[in-house]
Design a protein around this ligand. Structure first.
Ligand code: SF4
Length: 147
């Protein structure tokens, strides 16, 4: 089954290291990351709450539909579209090969795709993870040895 991701979650998946809003959120995020790490996973872009948001949506006060989060998606789509040389729009299918993920990590470290991170509460955590070469992230830890 195709994984649906909103654009700014293409950034968050790079730094996910088992921290998040609730145990259910973390467990769901881990399952998604493990599928992506297994290799050549195709994701479908949505500009709405996605498969990572899913465990939070029962809470009426969740931030997933806030304008600030939509703005984050727009900024992530712009910067990632430039990096990957393809429009990131609703319904876009992206194949997340190991090479693509490496390219995204490098750009993340360089700061060229992080416009969407401005104002996010997790910036200090994600800064530290990038500075440590993403070593403790689920995405790197879960990838097959040949990738
Ligand atoms: S700083 Fe926030 S938006 Fe940026 S990658 Fe980290 S969690 Fe995602």
């Amino acid at each position: 089954m195709t994984i649906r991701l909103r654009p700014h979650h293409l950034l968050c998946m790079l730094t996910f290291a088992g921290k998040g809003y609730s145990p259910e959120f973390i467990a769901n995020f881990e399952r998604i990351i493990d599928r992506i790490a297994s290799g050549n996973q195709t994701v479908e872009i949505t500009f709405a709450p996605d498969d990572i948001c899913a465990p939070l949506l029962a809470d009426a006060s969740c931030h997933c539909r806030n304008t600030s989060v939509s703005t984050r998606d727009t900024l992530a789509a712009e910067s990632l579209g430039q990096l990957l040389q393809q429009p990131i729009e609703t319904g876009t299918h992206l194949t997340l090969t190991a090479a693509t993920l490496d390219r995204m990590r490098h750009a993340f470290q360089q700061g060229t795709i992080r416009q969407a991170c401005k104002g996010c509460q997790w910036v200090p955590l994600c800064d530290g993870i990038a500075a440590s070469n993403f070593i403790d992230t689920r995405l790197l830890a879960s990838r097959p040895p040949h990738n």
